[in-house]
Each structure stands twice: as structure tokens, then as C-alpha cells.
Design a protein around this ligand. Structure first.
Ligand code: MRU
Length: 357
């Protein structure tokens, strides 16, 4: 089944601008199906169910959601319009707590709406501005991915073995992705990487989504279980680990898919560089350290029964299902952003990079 990372967007606006057309990532890799989303409840469910997922992609989606919601409320008077939009934004923001891109995009749209209304524009004009801003967020994401891919590729070598965790590709962003960007760009330029994709329990984003993207792009790739990274590194098969991120704290601690920090600890042990790739919109200066990041807890069924014909644990067994963990900044070799490569000490390099933003 084809997926063209260069011109496929997992989320986009319908031509009449009344719906968001979103690739339903819960159906991959076996079916390519699109959702047509227009109500607040559908927006919330798409994020919660992971039909729309990956931090930057959630940000792009949220930008469009706010434009559509603005259109729904644009016949109200100015005060009611603003308060309804804020209420909807708050509800949407509660769909998932960890990726900062969701609240970042909602806040960006709400700040714009506030500014438009307070400078004398009516709700209709304000809605137009929100549509333009949503398209701009999308365009920025496409540009951002390309820059991250270039910066990341400059750190890799032909023939490298690369370990990935979860999915930080074109499905999780728009176009090249973050963590997969350098691999896809390298492939276009004739690099021969061998990629090992952690399957990424419990929701298998590595096996279902990363492998799907890499196989489609003709990259030499192998799916491994999450507990195999240590063996691969001991055998010298991995020269770099590339992962995406959901929130980077001001000191460089990074939240990403559960299991990421384990891969980082193993990489440190074997002296393998561990790279985090993500845009400035994922850096949260209001979060001082990883301890301040809220970790999403998900349905226990995702572990014990969701993928199996019969439950894979006895009745009465308990499950603990945190969707993310935090990789300590001391384990990260570099953070690769659209503006360049940030090196330790991250407290300093991040503060410098974020100055004036
Ligand atoms: O729960 P998910 O599938 O949304 O988790 C996604 C990840 O952890 C990604 O690595 C992260 O969002 C970065 S995507 C470029």
C-alpha cells in the first residue's frame, strides 16, 4: 500500500473548508482510510484515539480545528464568540496532556482571535484570519521537517545502522517527519542506512507506522521488539538512535513515547549517540524539568487484550499503561531543531535558542 511522504499530509482541510480530512492512523498498515471531521467531539476523539497522532501533526490538526470551531461560532456577538472559542479550545486541549504542540497551536489561535476582536474586527473576519493561520502552521511544519532532515543528515554516515522508537515520520508531522526525516532524505541522496524500528509496545507505532513509511520509501528496515535494542548495540549494529519528542523541558529533559528513555540509557552504556529531533514548538519554556511534564495514562486494554484474539493475561491481573516517559537530558547527545543542532549544556543552548520567541 502506497504512502508518499513527499506529498501526503495526514491532515488537511476539505475544499469547502467545513471538514478536516485526516488519515485514520489506527487502521494502518492494512487500510488507508480517511476520517471527515467537523464537530468538536470528532476532533477530541480523533486525538484521543490516536487516529491523529504524533506531536507536530496534532499541532497542525489543532490549528485547523480552531479555525473550524471559529466558523461555527462566528454568528455570535464578539464576547460570546471569544468565550465559546476559548471553551472549545480548553476541551480540545484536554484530549491528551503530554505533547505540548496541542496546547501550543490552540493558544496560538486563541491569541490571534483575541487580538483580532480587540482590534475591532468582527467574528467573520477573525475566522478568516484563523483559517490563514492554520494554513501557516501547516506550511511551517513542512518547512520545519525539511530543515530538521538536513541538520540530522549532517550527523549521519552512509552505511549507518539506526535505531528508531515509535513513529516520528511523515505520519506524525507533515511530509518528511522529524526522527525519520534524515533517513528519508538520506535515502533520496543515495545513503544506505539500515534502520531497526522498535515495534513500540503497546500500540505498535514502530511496527505499524514507521515500518510502513520506511518500506514504502524503499529504506532497508527491520522491525525489532523493544527489548532487543541492547543486543543490537552490543553487537555494534547501531551507530545512532533517532527519536522524536512530545515536550522538551527548559533543561533538555524530553518526553517521548514510553520506552524512549530505556533506549537512551542503553545507548549511553554502549557509547551510541542518542539524538532527539523536534521543532521549537515542542520546547516548553514553562516546563522547567521533566518532572513537571504530565504523563498520559491510557486504557489498560491496550496492553492485555486489544491486539489479541484472547486476553494475554489472567483475569485479575493489573496493568499500568503510561504512554510516555522522560529521557533525562544527560542521556541526550544533541537536540536537532529546524534552526540547527543544540548541544549540552541544554539549559544554556535552549535558553539561547528561545531568546526573543
Ligand atoms: O502516542 P503517539 O503515537 O502520539 O506518540 C508519538 C510519539 O511519541 C512521537 O515520537 C512524538 O510525538 C514525535 S512525532 C514527530
Amino acid at each position: 500500500m502506497e504512502f508518499k511522504y513527499k506529498d501526503s499530509d495526514p491532515v488537511r482541510l476539505s475544499p469547502d473548508r467545513d471538514e478536516i480530512i485526516a488519515l485514520d492512523q489506527t487502521k494502518l498498515p492494512n487500510r488507508v482510510e480517511y476520517l471527515h471531521i467537523s464537530t468538536l467531539q470528532e476532533m477530541y476523539d480523533a486525538i484521543k484515539s490516536l487516529a491523529v497522532r504524533g506531536a507536530p501533526c496534532i499541532g497542525v490538526f489543532a490549528g485547523y480545528c480552531m479555525a473550524l470551531l471559529s466558523k461555527k461560532h462566528c454568528t455570535l456577538d464578539k464576547d460570546d464568540f471569544l468565550s465559546k472559542l476559548k471553551e472549545d479550545g480548553k476541551h480540545l486541549d484536554s484530549s491528551r496532556p503530554t505533547a505540548v504542540n496541542l496546547s501550543w497551536a490552540i493558544k496560538r489561535q486563541l491569541t490571534l482571535a483575541d487580538k483580532c476582536i480587540h482590534s475591532g474586527q468582527n467574528p467573520e473576519n477573525t475566522t478568516e484570519r484563523l483559517y490563514s493561520e492554520a494554513l501557516e502552521i501547516h506550511e511551517e511544519d513542512i518547512r520545519m521537517c525539511m530543515c530538521i532532515a538536513e541538520h540530522g543528515l549532517s550527523l549521519l554516515h552512509d552505511g549507518d545502522g539506526i535505531l528508531t522508537h515509535c513513529n516520528a515520520g511523515a505520519l506524525a508531522t507533515t511530509r518528511y517527519g522529524t526522527g525519520l526525516g534524515p533517513i528519508l532524505l538520506g535515502r533520496e541522496r543515495g545513503y544506505n542506512f539500515h534502520v531497526y524500528s522498535d515495534e513500540t509496545r503497546p500500540l505498535l507505532q514502530g511496527a505499524r507506522l514507521t515500518a510502513f513509511e520506511l518500506v514504502n520509501a524503499g529504506v532497508d528496515e527491520t522491525v525489532v521488539c523493544d527489548n532487543m535494542a541492547s543486543l543490537l548495540m552490543k553487537q555494534g549494529r547501531i551507530q545512532a538512535v533517532l527519536v522524536g519528542c512530545d515536550r522538551i523541558a527548559a533543561n533538555g529533559d524530553t518526553a517521548n513515547k514510553i520506552g524512549t528513555s530505556g533506549a537512551a540509557i542503553i545507548a549511553k552504556h554502549y557509547g551510541v549517540p542518542f539524538y532527539v529531533l523536534g521543532p521549537y514548538s515542542t520546547i516548553d519554556m514553562n516546563t522547567p524539568t521533566g518532572d513537571d511534564i504530565e504523563i498520559e495514562l491510557r486504557d489498560p486494554d491496550e496492553i492485555g487484550s486489544m491486539w489479541y484474539k484472547e486476553p494475554m493475561a489472567p483475569k485479575g491481573a493489573k496493568f499500568f499503561n503510561p504512554a510516555f516517559d522522560v529521557t533525562d537530558h544527560s542521556l541526550i547527545t544533541a537536540i536537532i531543531t529546524e534552526k540547527g543542532v543544540l548541544k549540552p549544556p541544554f539549559e544554556k543552548s535552549i535558553a539561547q535558542a528561545m531568546k526573543g520567541r
